[in-house]
Ligand binder design. Structure first.
Ligand code: C2E
Ligand code: CA
Ligand code: CA
Ligand code: CA
Length: 281
């Protein structure tokens, strides 16, 4: 019985060891990917309601893995966040998004998104040089600060309200806008809407899914839209997948929508080329 116990333990230990090696391997692959330039910028349109024209765009990262193909953020962002690599990834996306949209605005102002939003992970709020870095990206690319939106989730913002509001206020003084991402999913009070300075509220996809035929949910979303507008915020509905959802949001007075119905995320160059072509006489 004693030996059996020992064997079980060894097996468990081996398994732990294997998992650790696996993780280290994944970690070094991701590190190399960043260095080798395998990250890609994708953009998803944010449309104005009701006309459906692209108003702005959200920057979303992809990893073009030569072995496994295009990787979605869900498969590598968690590891990047644990290891701190997320800082480099987000900085790369920030620079690339500013550069791409600035170029687009210069070459094709009629079709260019008026603004671009970039996701920031929690770790950024702990860095004292966040504002300097954002200012550097704007100066290097020439993008107007008013054209940049930084997206943070409410959970991230709630970690330390005093530190967060100080950092975000610094950024807003540059002229950059701040968005609350996935609004409604954090188990937090509405107090932070009072204490933390923001400009944009993005209603989480889970509130839009099942909107049609659910009166209670419609009342809730309508109230969020009104609350946002009362506070002077731009309100964006996320995850809009069909015409009925869009029609309901339009009736509610929501002015911006993002989702597969309005446009899927695609490689930035591809979106640019396609949009410019559509607009050609
Ligand atoms: P998110 O910031 O909430 O981004 C929206 C996600 O919803 C994107 O997934 C987008 O492709 C997806 N989406 C958009 N419209 C629809 C729709 O109509 N239906 C459905 N089912 N999904 C829709 P994606 O690109 O896989 O990104 C997932 C998450 O990964 C993002 O959620 C964000 O939290 C994170 N992420 C993506 N890019 C970055 C980045 O550059 N930096 C950081 N820190 N996080 C990122
Ligand atoms: Ca986002
Ligand atoms: Ca979101
Ligand atoms: Ca999300």
């Amino acid at each position: 019985a004693k030996d059996q116990g020992k064997n079980r333990f060894m097996t468990f230990e081996n398994r732990m060891h294997e998992q650790l090696l696996n993780r280290l391997d994944q970690e070094s692959r991701l590190r190399e990917a960043v260095q080798r330039g395998e990250l890609r910028l994708h953009l998803q349109p944010v449309a104005a309601i009701p006309d459906g024209r692209m108003s702005g765009a959200e920057a979303l990262v992809r990893w073009q893995d030569p072995e496994r193909g295009l990787q979605m953020p869900g498969s590598f962002i968690p590891l990047a966040e644990e290891t701190g690599m997320i800082i480099d990834i987000d900085r790369w996306i920030l620079m690339e998004a500013c550069r791409t949209v600035r170029k687009w605005q210069g070459e094709n102002p009629e079709t260019a998104p008026a603004w671009v939003s970039v996701n920031l992970s929690a770790a950024h709020l702990d860095l004292p040089d966040l504002t300097d870095h954002v200012a550097y990206a704007l100066a290097t690319t020439g993008l107007s600060p008013h054209c940049l939106v930084l997206e943070l989730t409410e959970t991230v913002m709630m970690r330390d309200v005093a530190v967060t509001s100080a950092r975000l206020q610094e950024l807003r003084e540059l002229g950059v806008k701040i968005a609350i991402d996935d609004f409604g999913t954090g188990y937090s009070s509405l107090g932070y809407l009072r204490d933390i300075p923001v400009d944009v509220l993005k209603i989480d996809r889970s509130f839009i899914t099942g909107l049609v035929g659910n009166g209670r949910q419609q009342e809730l979303v309508s109230a969020i839209v009104q609350l946002g507008h009362t506070l002077g915020l731009r309100v964006v509905a996320e995850g809009v997948e069909d015409a009925d959802q869009l029609a309901l949001l339009s009736v509610m007075g929501c002015k911006f929508a993002q989702g597969y119905y309005l446009g899927r995320p695609e490689a930035a160059d591809q979106l640019y080329a396609r949009t410019a072509l559509l607009a050609a006489p």
